[in-house]
Design a protein around this ligand. Structure first.
Ligand code: MOS
Length: 764
């Protein structure tokens, strides 16, 4: 397959095709879907983290005008099944059956669904419902009484070993031995969790924002005990996801059941506070990193031991050391992941799930090692670059870390950095420059697509991927435009519907690679059908031409200067003027034959990163951050971030830039702002609102630049796409921490970093 035709549309920073619909309010999100005469659901959630529901007093709720019904474990019970956890090949964010029993496993568990004729009445009745608990002692987090070590369950390997770490570490001349910690975070997409369910006979339609329409379809069907063929999930526009909408939450099947029982559509929009509990979150982590090097800065030993918080019901772990321990050349490696269970909701994925905590630890430790060696942090990375992963010696398909370092350092002005902490000043401010490496697995999954080209020059691309805000429809249209010779405006891209050809879960930065590849395949198939028939037709000017030389361009089928109208070429194959072609891709590493059928059932078949048997697929980057710390107050500001990233072929420079800079900002947020605070006595969140869960605003950042370093990789997939959705945030939190250490001489190893952490600086 050719990576691209010569149209020039691939890579160009074209504006998003869904932009006008969004800014004019015509884009309909899940909760906007018009359902005739809906009832409204409001959730009541547990106010204790562990215990049993002792009694539910419905009296005050029952008299609220407009109340229709109250669903509790008494009336639901086994009517909704628990379902398997996402990480175990299922679809669920938790295996706790919604309203399945009186048992409370975590704060925020749904304990009742109140149904009424208006949203206001449902909310009023929900507030009037009195739930009485037999509360039991709860464990909040690490170090809490009753929290227990459990075996971690992860798609990443919880243990790696190469060489002999202990001997190498003990005998090394320079070493770092440090502990790091990252806090719980929540994804907090702007669009609240919502669902609208409508039955027509035994057929259920679900409008819900999800990263996996097929997974939702099959998951809801399994929970309700019906055939997936009776369930359709529609998710046209999505107001952010970031991992929060990959799994089915507690609420969806309950709303489907409510709609069935009431015999009318039911709509639910959860509150922001409830969104902290209904699905997953980023769990708190701890890390013990030990690095050793020779005097030249060559790594001799690396050990990364980690602890991740999980729930009582699931042993979820990210095991990010499976990736990060392979980043640099090192002969002696050891990793171990521990999971610690407490009375909390089950954690899950949040943008760059393993890399955000694990690279924070590793890249801070690398910075500390550079300081201990007295060498430049960039030089330390240069001296440990490798084209093979050190754990099992597999080659990287491409790796442009050093090119990123060079490009980023030049743009940032790293040369101006004086190494001594506290040595750079500007008036009353301490200035710090920090660096960290970025990397993220390049993944691809099986997918189906259908492309329709009509004689009037219009194309429809149908692929059940998800517009989670990244601009996927635009890059898909670019691929079709390039290959079919049809202008962007004449292409309609249909996504977000389980009835469309199957595309994978939109997560792990796989969608551009997975979807563009299969759409390109469909277009090529279409091209072949048109071209082969054209060259056989004696009446065509293309008669006897080489079919591979035929180009679809500007509404014509052409070879050199000979051309015929596209309409003629299409009608030759499809007399009604509507040519439909389907394609399926099963990429390298995916199980033969069953790969696509698994994706059709909403299962995860992402392949790449360090999970392939024969090679390593990663995108790389270099994060540069300037911080300024006020010498009087200790206030930390970030005037500047520069990232340089190499991620194979960039399909659209504008949407890629938005993804990368958005990621960098989220790294700043991780470093300085975000934490979900937990009350250690009650194991409940204390700041479940956007008022109290801090995120950066414009005033918190001066300038953010993302440089895209050219990289060609013909191995990852035919188009050479690595994906950029998560790459931009990886390492950015460590770069901020490293800049603060440079500015103040204070090494803060726990996020988020606050004023009080740097007040001990001798330079303040
Ligand atoms: Mo993402 S955390 O890969 O949805």
């Amino acid at each position: 397959m050719h990576p691209a035709q010569s149209s020039g549309v691939i890579g160009r920073g074209l504006p998003r095709i869904d932009g006008p619909a969004k800014v004019t309010g015509q884009a309909l999100y899940g909760a906007d879907q018009p359902a005739p005469d809906p009832a409204y659901a409001c959730l009541v959630t547990a106010t204790v983290a562990c215990g049993r529901i002792h009694a539910i007093d419905e009296a005050a709720a029952r008299v609220v005008p407009g109340l229709l019904d109250i669903m509790t474990h008494f009336t639901v019970g086994k009517a909704v099944r628990p379902g398997k956890l996402f990480n175990d090949g299922g679809y669920m964010a938790t295996t706790v059956a919604p309203l399945g029993s009186d048992r409370v496993h975590f704060s925020g568990q749904v304990v009742a669904v109140v149904l009424a004729g208006t949203f206001e009445a449902a909310r009023a009745a929900a507030a009037a419902l009195c739930v009485d608990y037999d509360a039991e002692a709860s464990s909040a987090s690490f170090d809490s009484l009753g929290s227990t070590d459990v075996e971690p369950k992860s798609s990443g390997k919880p243990e790696l070993a190469a060489g002999d770490f202990d001997t190498a570490f003990a005998g090394a001349p320079v070493m770092v031995d440090a502990h790091y910690a990252t806090p719980p975070n929540h994804q907090n997409p702007l669009e609240l969790f919502q669902v609208t369910c409508d039955w027509s006979g035994d057929e259920l339609t679900v409008w819900e924002s999800t990263q996996n329409v097929r997974g939702a379809q099959h998951g809801i069907a399994a929970q309700l005990g019906i055939s997936p063929r009776k369930v359709r999930v529609i998710s046209p526009y999505i107001g952010g996801a970031f991992g929060s909408r990959g799994e089915l939450g507690q609420h969806t099947a309950l709303v489907a059941l409510a709609a069935k029982r009431l015999g009318r559509p039911v709509k639910l929009v959860a509150s922001r506070a409830q969104c902290f509990d209904l699905r997953t979150f980023r769990a708190e982590t701890r890390h013990h990193v030990r690095l050793a090097a020779d005097w030249e800065g060559r790594l001799l030993a690396l050990s990364h031991e980690s602890w991740e918080l999980t729930s009582r019901t699931e042993q979820f772990a990210l095991a990010g050391s499976d990736q990060t321990a392979r980043l640099y050349a090192c002969p002696n490696i050891r990793t171990k992941v521990h999971a610690v269970a407490a009375d909390r909701q089950t954690p899950g994925f949040m943008r760059a799930p393993p890399e955000t905590p694990y690279l924070f630890a590793l890249e801070c430790a690398m910075d500390e090692l550079a300081a201990a060696l007295g060498i430049d942090p960039l030089d330390l990375r240069r001296r440990n670059d490798t084209m093979r992963n050190p754990v099992d010696n597999l080659p990287y398909t491409s790796r442009s870390l050093l090119q990123c370092i060079d490009a980023g350092a030049a743009a940032f002005g790293w040369d101006a950095r004086t190494p001594q902490p506290g040595s750079m000043r500007d008036g009353d401010e301490l200035v710090g420059y920090g660096y960290a490496s970025a990397f993220y697995p390049a993944q691809i999954a099986p997918a189906d697509a259908r492309v329709t080209l009509t004689a009037d020059g219009h194309a429809i691309v149908e692929v059940g991927t998800h517009e989670i805000g990244t601009g996927i429809q635009t890059v898909v249209a670019q691929v079709a435009s390039d290959r079919l010779g049809v202008p962007m405006e004449a292409i309609e891209v249909r996504t977000g519907d389980s009835a469309l050809p199957a595309a994978p879960l939109s997560a792990g930065s796989n969608s551009t690679a997975s979807v563009c590849t299969v759409v390109a395949m469909a277009c090529e198939k279409l091209h072949r059908r048109v071209a082969r028939r054209a060259v056989l037709d004696r009446s065509s000017v293309l008669h006897r031409a080489d079919p591979d030389g035929v180009r679809l361009r500007d509404g014509k089928a052409a070879v050199g200067t000979k051309a015929e109208p596209l309409a003629v070429a299409i009608r030759r194959v499809a007399p009604d003027g509507v040519l439909v072609v389907k394609a399926t891709n099963n990429p390298h590493g995916a199980p033969p034959l069953v790969g696509p059928s698994k994706v059709r059932q909403g299962n995860v078949v992402h392949k790449g990163g360090s999970a392939l048997k024969d090679r390593m697929q990663f995108a790389f980057g270099a994060q540069f951050v300037e911080v300024r710390v006020d010498r009087a107050t200790g206030q930390i500001r970030v005037p500047r971030m520069v990232g340089a990233f190499a991620a194979g072929r960039i399909m659209n420079r504008r949407t890629a830039h938005a993804q990368l800079t958005g990621g960098q900002l989220w790294g700043l947020s991780s470093a300085l702002h975000e934490v979900t605070e937990i009350d250690r006595r009650s194991a409940r969140y204390m700041n479940a609102s956007l008022g109290e869960y801090h995120i950066p605003v414009n005033a918190d950042i001066g300038q953010v630049d993302a440089i895209m370093v050219d990289e060609r990789d013909d191995q990852v997939n035919p188009l050479g796409i690595k994906g950029v959705g998560e790459l931009g945030t990886t390492g950015a939190n460590a770069a901020v921490a490293n800049a603060i250490a440079h500015a103040t001489g204070v090494r803060v190893r726990e996020l988020p970093i606050r004023i009080e952490d740097v007040l001990a600086s001798e330079f303040l």
